[in-house]
Write a protein that binds this ligand. Structure first.
Ligand code: AGP
Length: 610
């Protein structure tokens, strides 16, 4: 939810912290702050609002120092004010903490600390950590922090520095992501790699319960029993440019346009037309008996990932003939799901940090069923806790509105269906090869669809002032109608509803009038005639109809003026293409309405609180 960064080394620290915070702003941007240790003097600056406010304040000072911490916040406890902005200190300003996560027992801890004479300056949960460290400090900052976190219940990724322990940063992690960046004569901590990619590609992820202490010479790691351990580093392939906009106006536009490569990369090495099969042995490697044993699949996710999960149901039931249920993670974790041996729980998540999805996963693990994550962030909390992970290979998704990650999730869900089908012989080899061939042709068709974005931009310019939209789809494209509506809601702040087209006559049709644009997904296929009759119903009520149709469809033009023709593919693969014009529509309407496309109001990229 928040973004933290820390640096110790041979550079002036302020520019490093600010650059890092710029990259982390998508995690939350209610307020921001930095702290610098200069010899034994602690300098602290915090501002409410976006990072730019802090940058403007810092211009009034000459702040020198080679060690410091930075934080950008998405408020969870305490309003997004300057007083509640991180970093937070203890009573005397000797200990400074930046924190991402939620301390569930902070009120109890705060009461106890106040009784012991501690003075608090904020309403945040984080501040109790600084006072706990002050309480337990007996000359060793690492030990004091290791002792303090033992009192905490909830989630935290921490950076700590102290005037009484110069030149060192202590880090601790439980339930919120935290990485350590390693380089020559300088070391870093950060919430994710984007903050430090400009300086180093060599990173180590802290796991739950682990702590670390860094100085400019090196890093030491400790397990949850505070015993020193060795951890291997990994090299991040994402170059700094990747985290930049690469010449696009917004991250979201860049990421929409990267979707062909996402399909290519996520398929790479996992699919072979000649052999007529999908190969996930590296990630899964189950024996035939294990796959035959799967009697039910539960797909669990939030938001856009939930929508890809809904498509997963159609695909897995069609390909693998395994009954599938799809749950919102926030519902699944509280409905006491009747899981039993033979069930497989698949959690779908871009960030791998969504609190509801993580909690749903833990609920599944408690019931001892096999768990598999479809995730985009290596070593993220969910990736670490699942029995198996199949990674989407989308690279960094910065735009808060998820686009390319959705595409990557679809690829993995189709691969999973084909992988199971291979073992369960639930599809003929011929059909498997037909689907594989169509999957391999998708990237070019996605690029062709992206090239037609100007048509969608024209629609956006015509309809951006409308206040209500309806999205209709059937069968495997019903979830695409939901996803298209979500995109418009979250970045253009327009009320939009996705609906199963067949459901319209059961209520929503009452909404339709000459002011309402209705997006209808009408690919040629088994539900085409039904969709055509829905289109007629809408037109009979003067609704403004925009149709996504299949290139070469001669019939549709007789019914509707505004038709966006998509390249032809197998009906079961049409979601990959249909979602793209809907992403563009939301993007260009948001642009026309002057919305902040990459950082929509009230939203954060990774929702790590309930
Ligand atoms: C997607 O556009 C939204 N920003 C949001 O619904 C997101 O899909 C949801 O929060 C789940 O995130 P995850 O995939 O990282 O778990």
């Amino acid at each position: 939810m928040c973004g933290i960064i820390g640096y110790v080394g041979n550079k002036e620290v302020v520019p490093v912290l600010i650059n890092g915070l710029r990259k982390l702003e998508y995690r939350g941007y209610d307020s921001a702050g930095i702290t610098v240790l200069n010899k034994n003097k602690l300098i602290l600056h915090r501002c409410a609002g976006k990072l730019i406010n802090l940058e403007q304040e810092l211009q009034k000072f000459l702040i020198r120092g080679k060690i410091g911490l930075g934080h950008t916040r998405w408020a969870t406890h305490g309003k997004p004010t300057r007083e509640n902005a991180h970093p937070h200190t203890d009573c005397k300003g000797n200990f400074v903490v930046v924190h991402n996560g939620i301390i569930e027992n902070y009120l109890t801890l705060r009461k106890k600390l106040v009784k012991e004479g501690h003075k608090f300056n904020s309403d945040t949960d984080t501040e109790v950590i600084a006072h706990l460290i002050e309480k337990y400090f007996k000359g060793d900052l690492l030990k004091a922090t290791q002792r303090a976190v033992k009192d905490l219940k909830g989630s935290y990724a921490l950076g700590v520095i102290s005037t009484l322990y110069p030149g060192k940063i202590v880090a601790a992690r439980h339930g919120s992501p935290l990485i350590v960046g390693i380089s020559e004569k300088e070391n870093f901590i950060a919430s994710d790699v984007s903050a430090i990619l400009a300086y180093t590609k060599k990173v180590i992820s802290l796991e739950d319960g682990e702590t670390a202490i860094l100085d400019f010479k090196g890093v030491k790691f400790f397990n949850s029993c505070d015993r020193e351990i060795h951890k291997n580093s990994r090299t991040i392939e994402w170059d700094p440019m990747m985290a930049e906009k690469g010449g696009y106006k917004h991250f979201m536009l860049k990421e929409i346009c990267e979707q062909a490569d996402v399909v290519r990369d996520t398929l790479r090495g996992r699919i072979c037309l000649e052999k007529g099969g999908v190969f996930l042995e590296e990630e899964i490697g189950w024996k035939k008996e294990e796959i035959d044993e799967i009697s039910r699949i539960f797909i669990v996710a939030c938001g856009t990932s939930y929508h890809s999960g809904l498509i997963g149901k159609y695909v897995l039931e069609d390909f693998a003939k395994i009954p599938c249920e799809v749950d919102l993670a926030s519902e699944f974790r509280y409905r006491n799901p009747l899981l039993r041996k033979g069930d497989l729980v698949v959690v779908v998540t871009q960030s791998g940090e969504t609190a509801d999805t993580l909690a749903a996963l833990r609920e599944a693990k408690k019931k001892k069923v096999k768990t598999l994550a479809i995730c985009n962030v290596m070593d993220s909390s969910i990736a670490q806790e699942c029995d198996y992970v199949v990674y989407t290979r989308c690279g960094l998704e910065v735009g808060v509105a998820s686009t390319k990650a959705f595409m990557g999730q679809l690829v993995v869900l189709y691969l999973l269906g084909l992988y199971f089908a291979k073992f369960r012989k639930s599809l003929s080899i011929l059909r498997i090869k037909q689907i594989i061939s169509a999957l391999l042709e998708l990237p070019v068709k996605i690029e062709k669809t992206i090239e037609m974005q100007d048509i969608i931009r024209d629609y956006a310019h015509r309809f951006f002032r409308k206040s209500d939209f309806l999205y209709l789809g059937r069968n495997v494209n019903y979830p695409i109608a939901l996803e298209g509506a979500l995109k418009l809601k979250e970045i253009a702040y327009i009320h939009a509803e996705g609906y199963a087209a067949g459901e319209m006559k059961h209520g929503p049709i009452a909404l339709i009038d000459e002011n309402m644009p209705i997006l209808v997904i009408a690919n040629q296929g088994k539900v085409y005639d039904k969709i055509l009759s829905n289109i007629k119903e809408v037109k009979a009520r003067d609704g403004i109809v925009i149709v996504l149709a299949t290139k070469g469809d001669r019939k549709i033009a007789k019914e509707v003026e505004d038709v966006f023709y998509l390249p032809k593919t197998l009906e079961i693969l049409t979601p990959f293409l249909n979602v793209i014009p809907l992403q563009f529509l939301a993007y260009y309407i948001a642009l026309k309405r002057g919305c902040d496309v990459d950082q929509p109001r009230n939203l954060a990229k990774s929702v790590t609180v309930e």
